[in-house]
Design a binder for this molecule. Structure first.
Ligand code: 6PG
Length: 503
């Protein structure tokens, strides 16, 4: 048996791209790491390809060797496909001799309910911990945003590794600190990770991150589409606009890569832009759908997040849309005069819609903490999204500040900064939505965000009529404006002149 000095600080199972990159990131920070992959040749190749890392990489052929190679209590990160594979790996680890105080960290995009269940299921055999990891391949390699959830004692073991490998932001302005390279991690700065809460809290917050990612992407693609159809601009000209927007309040990773994407020529047809060769049918793996489904389950109006999921569903029925386009004629998009003003209006529409989208995501987490008895720190969550993750944006510094000022903020729209911003942009936002409707250009996320804003700020909504209808056909009862909440009434419709009965 190896002496404890030569044992690895941590283990990692699953050497697909994310696993490999996370392992290299961990090793770059000086931690010894044992790695295992189901297909042994992948492990051997990985070790061969990475001979010199500051921390030692130990490739293991069997799970028994793997377990023996890690210091106790063991911290083992698993990066396998979310779903039954997670349990299969944990069960194999148990058969191979994992101890009761060892910690298994599921770093995949697992459903938070599975994480809650698994923590209980394995409670007397090991410590099951869940962590969201965002940032794609490059994030995993040079600094992801990490959203850990599980028991606080396990977090203490994971914390030094997670804080070392996470992306870092500048403590003064909250901007990501760039410059990490193989073997040269960034030092200093605030790590984009912090303990989120027990059991499934980390995976839940990662799911909401992804729901927001969906709506962010949908809004950007609608802005692109409106600019293109209303102003007839080329992808290169559009790339300049997105590049320009990235210098201001919309500064974010997704805007930055959009500019890059729009400039890209098609390698197969160099005279064409690649974006024009890509089929308009979006894929999805399920985290957006989970977010929207959970919003429905909890009764939280996250309509724009749901709209972004439905927009992908609509995009996917390409053949049906092509057939419908021949029969269902709408208005011809008219060329718009005043390109400069229109570009600015679309920027404002994007910005205001984005504020609403984040307001919905945070509202969802506010409800979830009640539902699952968590105590979420929204300032800290916004803070860890400032760097490393897909939705990283300068904007998140403002959200961090909003929740630092008022941890119990009811809705982001009620924060003085965001209130001022959205009130200033609403006129142009309305103009863009009206123009989209008038010209028959689909802009479901812009429209749904505006509907969210107008509904949220409405002291009175037409739900009185819905309640009347429900009472009429099903005696479902209603509350009255002149009576305390919680007192329910019914009348025998249509003879509403008969005395109403309190029920
Ligand atoms: C991230 C991403 C990552 C993944 C998405 C893609 O935070 O790094 O969100 O988790 O790329 O899950 O999701 P879809 O395939 O559903 O778009």
């Amino acid at each position: 048996m190896a002496n404890s000095e030569s044992l690895a600080n941590v283990g990692l199972i699953g050497l697909a791209v994310m696993g490999k990159n996370l392992a290299l990131n961990i090793a770059d920070h000086g931690f010894g790491i044992a790695v295992y992959n189901r297909t042994g040749s992948v492990t051997q190749e990985f070790i061969r390809e990475n001979p010199s890392t500051p921390g030692k990489l130990t490739g293991c052929e069997t799970l028994e060797q793997f377990i023996a190679a890690i210091k106790q209590p063991r911290v083992i990160i698993i990066l396998v496909k979310a779903g039954p594979a997670v349990e299969a790996v944990v069960d194999q680890l148990l058969s191979a001799g994992l101890a009761k105080d060892d910690i298994v960290v599921d770093a995949g995009n697992s459903n938070w309910n599975d994480t809650i269940r698994r923590e209980k299921q394995y409670a007397d055999r090991l410590k099951f911990f869940g962590s969201g990891v965002s940032g794609g391949e490059l994030g995993a390699r040079f600094g992801p945003s990490l959203m850990p959830g599980g028991d606080p004692a396990s977090w203490k073991h994971l914390q030094p590794i997670w804080e070392a490998i996470a992306a870092k932001v500048d403590p003064v302005n909250g901007r990501p600190i760039a410059g990490a390279a193989p073997g040269k991690p960034v030092s200093g700065g605030i790590p984009c990770t912090a303990y989120i809460g027990p059991n499934g809290a980390g995976h839940y917050v990662k799911m909401v991150h992804n729901g927001i990612e969906y709506i962010d992407m949908q809004l950007i693609s609608e802005a692109y589409y409106l600019l293109r159809h209303l102003l007839g601009l080329s992808p290169d000209a559009l790339a300049d606009i997105f590049h320009d927007w990235n210098q201001g309040k919309l500064d974010s990773y997704l805007i930055e890569i959009t500019a890059d994407i729009l400039r890209q020529r098609d390698p197969a047809k160099p005279r064409k832009y690649l974006v024009d060769s890509i089929l308009d049918a979006a894929g999805q793996k399920g985290t957006g759908k989970w977010t929207a489904g959970n919003a429905l389950d909890m009764g939280i109006p996250a309509n724009s997040i749901a709209e972004a999921v439905f927009a992908r569903c609509m995009s996917a029925i390409k053949d049906e849309r092509v057939a419908a386009s021949k029969k269902l004629k709408g208005p011809k998009a008219a060329a718009v005069k005043g390109a400069k003003a229109m570009i600015e209006a679309i920027r404002q529409a994007l910005y205001c819609s984005k504020i609403c989208a984040y307001a919905q995501g945070f509202q969802l987490m506010r409800e979830a903490q009640k539902e699952y008895q968590w105590k979420l720190d929204f300032g800290s969550i916004a803070g860890m999204w400032r760097g490393g993750c897909i939705i990283r944006a300068q904007f998140l510094q403002k959200i961090t500040e909003a929740y630092q000022k008022d941890a119990n903020l009811v809705n982001l729209l009620m924060d003085p900064y965001f209130r001022k911003e959205i009130l200033a942009g609403q006129e142009q936002w309305r103009q863009v939505v009206a123009l989209a409707a008038k010209n028959g250009i689909p802009a479901p996320a812009f429209m749904s965000a505006l509907a969210y804003f107008d509904s949220y700020r409405a002291a009175v909504l037409p739900a009185n009529l819905i309640q009347a209808q429900r009472d009429y056909f099903g005696a479902h009862t209603y509350e009255r404006v002149d009576q305390p909440r919680g007192k329910f009434f019914h009348v025998d419709w249509p003879q509403a002149d008969r005395p109403q009965l309190e029920v």
